[in-house]
Design a binder for this molecule. Sequence first.
Ligand code: GDP
Length: 619
Amino acid sequence: MAKKKQVYKRKPNAYVKKKPYVEQRKPNAPVKVEALADVIYYTDGMTVFDFAEALHRPVAEIIKKLMFMKILASQTQTLDRETVELLTMEYGLELKDEVKTDMTKFEELTIEDDPNSLVERPAVVTIMGHVDHGKTTLLDTIRHSRITAGEAGGITQHIGAYQVSRNGKSITFIDTPGHAAFTEMRARGAKITDIVILVVAADDGVMPQTKEALDHAKAAKSNIIVAVNKMDKVGANPDRVKQELADLNLLAEDWGGSVPFCQISALKGTGVTELLDTIQLVAEMMELKANPARLAAGSVIEAKLDKGKGPVATLLVSNGTLRVGDAFVVGTTYGKIRAMSDDLGRTMTEAKPSTAVVVYGLNDVPMAGDAFMVFADEKQSREIAFKRSDRQIREEKGVNKSMSLEDFFKKAEGTEKVLRLIIKADTQGSIEAFKGAIDKIKVEGTSIDIVRSGVGAITDTDVSLAEASNAIIIGFDVRPQASVRDTATSKGVEIRLYDIIYEALEDIEKAMKGMLDPVFEKKTIGEASVRETFTISKVGTIAGCMVTSGIIKRDSLIKIIRDGIVIHEGKMSSLKRFKDDVKEVKTGYDCGIMVEAYNDIKVDDVIEASELQEVKENA
Ligand code: GDP
């Protein structure tokens, strides 16, 4: 019995013991917190359930807490930031706002790699300079040296970039046609080149485009190496080039500055290896590094729509390693890399930092300068691409709204009319050529505004943009799908398709002329000769006339010509046949004409009638 009693005693004992313990813990809330995080992150639209989950507490407990705060809430109810903050404080925690990385703006993100994972990467080089100073020749010589060096015997294809190897290290050359492409890429945020080679012909010196190239290179914060070219030519004067560049604040190393000058002959190949060595020296000093272990990111060098292979793009990997099978976002489109090749057409399975590769497997054609980034899978890539495309449409619409307003004011002042165009073509080259040619069309009182230009088929996005900005869509060697055509028709958007640039230009010029306010020209419509005159007091002089040619109309403008001299210009105050007012009198008929505010009309005077007629220029 005694034993039993003991057991019985323990039970309430234990119960009693536990109770005050629980009682103690309740007011002392932070004790419960040991399993929780130090901070709670507030997210937009956070519900009671979300909060409970973040806190690792039962939903019922949170609802109860809210009731104490006189808030009746269900678990799906969203909480405002203030309430969440109060709740968080109840638990002795700190509420923070979650800083979310917006992956849709990936080009704005700075990639910071662990210094231990960084390895040296090749320099990316662009050759710039005045036309005819030897840029193409230099590129060809460098490329040729590589091929003869036995790297491969394949036929090189133009992919906008290629790599050469020197002293066991690579250099990547970007071959963008002209400075415009370079600027455009830069304008679109692409920081592609590390080093700019400024080619200046030793026999010609600094020319306008040399200065332009220099400005671009400086603005892009690229390191500059000057290649004084055509040293083989009689009259080559490298010191003059040095002096002229010094005047532009580009001081040669041997003149106490920091810019390496290399004297070369791109044609003969002399000095080219030294130039490559200099590039590597500069690159070494720049300590160019990247992390090949991360997912790739970089920019589009070139892109086009291949009739057989679909959208094709040359990508420059700036960081990470790009692999076949990678899902990626580029510009406002996405893809999964189906295949990759280099400029010799060799199949590649991966591309390391500073390598340019041609990739297949895109869903649409991106634009040169577009940024790309590899994501975990195709689904995520697609979502990000859609968001980016959406934003672009909104932004473009926004931009064009304000532009239209401006144009509206312009119109109100009666100064200028704007023809807006959206240009789509199969290659960037056609677009550049077309843009260049359009610049030369000058029709007074009008201007052209290229709302968007891009490589690829005409899409619904183009049509929406055209509708929003009142633009005409011009397509070169690209065709819209039937559905896109239908949308355009229903929205009243004009799509014009061409195969030849010249034809498009002609039409545009016509359109621009047609856009002008009609021009009126005075056209003579008839003549009458004065046979006799009658003067009626209080009325004036009436000229009795015979219409000798054409027609005389009541509202015609008239000239009175006497002995071949125009002695009066004005209007009629009446035109009669016998006693009746008439609207017009034809050749061979008599009529009576009174001239407004003019009575000095004489026999044999000629009355020439004219009217304003609209002139259709180039009609
Ligand atoms: P780009 O317009 O700058 O690309 O110039 P090109 O490379 O097309 O060269 C223009 C002209 O200069 C061509 O006729 C070349 O053969 C010639 N040229 C280029 N480099 C040299 C050189 O080092 N020496 C000589 N004599 N002619 C050159």
